[in-house]
Design a protein around this ligand. Structure first.
Ligand SMILES: [Fe+2]
Ligand SMILES: [Fe+2]
Length: 248
């Protein structure tokens, strides 16, 4: 049986849009949650690749916890640059409020899914620090299963200048850790559905729930707030990954 995952990213709960106090971000997040919950069939899990809160405030994570907790499928989250590790851990995960990277491994339907923390506290760009790379190396060495590696910041340029400047900084070190069990790398952060390759594997970037970043050819503005929220579905078997995108 293939593994089927829904992939939501960049909810930015708490993002103020024209003085709405976060109402727009909440409405769009609720829209994608409702869509996934209303599926007539099942997915094996829901990836949530960071920027779950906009300011990393505890009250934002209370909303995120309620939203993600209402999903009828297992949720596999990781933080992004807008998240704050201490509040993310304490309020979303119910753990102690350590500032260490939030790395979690999940074993679902015969697949290993590594959710890595690529955030750098206080900065917009990303890095998989030594702790995280050591952890990921062990996860990928220990498993016998095919694996997916997920984190927030894409490790390659996507030709979206705003986000290319704040992408993952240590792609070379990451590539050295990926072994032959890794079928694909899945990211968020760019607020645009994008596919390319990284280290010889598919790299898929989920669309942003809260907004869409545009290409230079689409205009001088950086963010399009008019395009609808969107999500990805990944279907994975031992042959590899197929991704479908849905605009809601
Ligand atoms: Fe984001
Ligand atoms: Fe981000």
């Amino acid at each position: 049986m293939p593994l089927t995952l829904a992939h939501i990213s960049d909810l930015h709960i708490g993002q103020d849009y024209q003085g709405d106090g976060g109402a727009r971000a909440l409405r769009r997040a609720q829209q994608v949650i409702d869509y996934v919950n209303a599926l007539p069939g099942d997915v094996d899990g829901v990836l949530a690749t960071g920027d779950l809160a906009d300011h990393g405030a505890p009250e934002e994570y209370r909303v995120v916890r309620e939203l993600l907790g209402s999903l009828r499928f297992p949720v596999l989250p990781c933080p992004g640059n807008h998240d704050v590790r201490e509040a993310y851990r304490a309020t979303l995960l119910g753990e102690d409020s350590s500032g260490e990277p939030v790395n979690q491994v999940h074993h679902l339907a015969g697949f290993t899914i590594a959710m890595c923390d690529s955030s750098i506290p206080g900065r917009a760009d990303g890095l998989l620090d030594d702790t995280t790379l050591t952890w990921l190396d062990k996860v990928l060495s220990d498993t016998e299963d095919p694996a997916l590696v997920c984190f927030h910041h894409p490790p390659v340029a996507l030709h979206v200048p705003y986000v290319d400047d704040i992408r993952l900084g240590n792609d070379v070190q990451l590539a050295e850790v990926l072994n032959d069990k890794v079928l694909a790398v899945l990211c968020g952060h760019a607020h645009t559905a994008a596919t390319t390759t990284f280290a010889g594997r598919p790299l898929v970037v989920a669309p942003g729930v809260v907004s869409t970043l545009v290409l230079p050819a689409e205009g001088d503005h950086i963010v399009d707030f008019g395009l609808p929220p969107a999500i990805a579905f990944h279907v994975v078997d031992d042959r590899g990954l197929v991704t479908h995108f849905r605009s809601l």
